[in-house]
Design a protein around this ligand. Structure first.
Ligand SMILES: [Fe+2]
Ligand SMILES: [Fe+2]
Length: 458
């Protein structure tokens, strides 16, 4: 069951509230709602009578907001009757209609993500082509436009690009997809770091962990939010981080097995040398872009091996560049290449945690945001459970799953209610098997219930 009730607050979808107001009802949240940068979006005492403020909140990436009854919050219909209880009832359990709505949303997100990737791929192709044929020059403005469009669809809680199944062989194709993945996943992590900072600020001195984390600097000697404009510039840096690879011979980039010392020297230069030269040639003098391009193979902690450029201290590397490096590793490991298979995301996240999370607090903060933003089970995928059942992921938060088969692999006759695995009993009973590869719904078409099949037919 998905519980939308936390203490005395009800968490209600913005879309539902818009419907209430369109039906001439009114809404009061009872507590102030802020965006990530601490700008007030809805004052708690405001009686919301038109949809403007709700739509603005939605545009800020917020899908659900709390209504705090004990502080005077509530939802009333046209005749002034309180209808908050209806939302309690409705949101305590997912009904079939809610599931259908959620699946419809997933499909819409996927379609938008596919569209976004198509446009971005054309842009990266053009950058590569321009660099090769114009002596290193490319249209920076077009890159900026592409990145702005690309990150515009990253919603508050999910990275829609994590939904896309990748099947990549050619080097060119890899570079295209890699730029897009690092840009979108990295940006989703940045948004999540902002959200985490906001939560930590609220906890403040009350929590030991929070005060420890709040001391981790990311801005001119202090901790602060990444502003919308900074996020944009960093995203462009993520998009261009491997631009210097255009100057590395293809046979080296696709090489199976390890590099000779000499080969590795050439490959290393894609960041601090070739990348930097290309930025200079195009007059790009932006520290966020330069740092991402030059230092995304720098050390994440003291004494890390095989990092470059040489003699760099991990303390000199900005947090957003560390996010770029971790995203880079994540994408390389989860992608299929000519010489290697893809590793499933859950396994990759586990290994990132093992290798980095205990090295320092900052890496813990980044990895925590990483898991939160991409979720280790993307919605819309099919997973295997340790008890041999197959399930559909409805929501990566939880995650919330729908069981599709019994333990023998036979399709269930009746579709059961969704199960939220954040509940410890369910998570034990339906433990996910991280070694079994996730698959796309179409691969498991025969065991899908009809309403899911219908969703994929339209
Ligand atoms: Fe790189
Ligand atoms: Fe890379």
């Amino acid at each position: 069951m998905k519980i939308y009730e936390i203490d005395n607050d009800s968490i209600v979808e913005i879309d539902e509230l818009i419907d209430v107001v369109l039906d001439k009802g009114v809404v009061k949240t009872g507590l102030d709602i802020f965006n990530y940068n601490d700008h007030l979006l809805i004052p708690g005492k405001l009686l919301i009578k038109d949809t403007k403020v709700l739509k603005r909140t939605k545009t800020a990436g917020i899908k659900r907001i709390p209504i705090q009854k004990e502080n005077g919050g509530g939802i009333w219909n046209e005749s002034g009757e309180s209808i908050l209880h209806k939302f309690h009832k409705k949101y305590k359990k997912i009904t079939d209609g809610d599931v259908e709505k959620q699946v419809k949303n997933l499909i819409q997100q996927k379609t938008e993500a596919h569209q976004g990737v198509k446009v971005a791929k054309t842009a990266v192709k053009k950058v590569i082509h321009d660099i090769r044929s114009n002596g290193g020059r490319f249209e920076y403005n077009e890159v900026e436009d592409t990145v702005v469009k690309l990150i515009d669809v990253i919603s508050e809680s999910e990275n829609p690009y994590s939904l896309l199944a990748r099947n990549i062989f050619a080097y060119d194709d890899y570079l295209l997809n890699h730029s897009i993945s690092v840009c979108t996943i990295g940006t989703a992590v940045l948004y999540q770091v902002n959200r985490l900072f906001k939560d930590l600020k609220i906890l403040g001195k009350k929590s030991k962990t929070a005060s420890k984390m709040l001391k981790l600097k990311n801005h001119d000697g202090k901790r602060d939010f990444y502003s919308i404009d900074e996020i944009k510039q960093i995203s462009i840096g993520y998009f261009l981080h491997d631009i210097g690879k255009v100057a590395v011979p293809e046979n080296l980039l696709n090489k199976q097995g390890s590099f000779t010392e000499k080969e590795f020297e050439t490959v290393k230069k894609h960041s601090y040398e070739y990348g930097k030269v290309l930025l200079n040639k195009n007059g790009i003098e932006n520290e966020f872009i330069e740092n991402s391009v030059m230092y995304h193979h720098g050390p994440l902690y003291e004494g890390e091996n095989r990092t470059y450029p040489d003699k760099l201290n991990h303390l000199e590397i900005p947090e957003y560049v560390k996010i770029c490096k971790l995203t880079d590793i994540y994408d390389a490991m989860t992608s299929k290449r000519a010489y290697k298979d893809a590793i499933n995301p859950a396994e990759v996240i586990t290994s990132l945690y093992k290798n980095y999370a205990y090295k320092c607090n900052q890496l813990q903060l980044i990895l925590h945001s990483f898991v939160k933003s991409i979720g280790n089970v993307p919605p819309g995928t099919i997973i295997q459970l340790k008890n041999k059942q197959t399930a559909f992921v409805l929501d990566s938060q939880g995650p919330v799953i729908i069981l599709l088969t019994d333990q023998k692999g036979d399709k269930l006759k009746k579709v059961p209610d969704p199960v939220n695995l954040s509940d410890s009993e369910s998570s034990k009973k339906y433990e996910i098997d991280p070694t079994k590869r996730l698959s796309a719904p179409m691969d498991a078409y025969n065991v899908l219930p009809n309403f899911l099949k219908r969703m994929y037919e339209t």
